[in-house]
Unconditional design. Structure first.
Length: 44
């Protein structure tokens, strides 16, 4: 059984993964473009 704390943590990580998947990364052609990416904040 999963605890309430673990469920909350898992929910945050799943939201983070969805944010990562939504990033448009296909146009990255160099380091400067990569460095301009606004990465989502890691869950705590």
């Amino acid at each position: 059984e999963i605890s309430d704390d673990d469920k909350a943590s898992l929910t945050k990580w799943m939201a983070y993964i969805r944010e990562l998947k939504s990033l448009a990364l296909t146009g990255i052609s160099d380091e400067a473009t990569f460095n301009k990416i606004q990465w989502p904040v890691l869950p705590q």
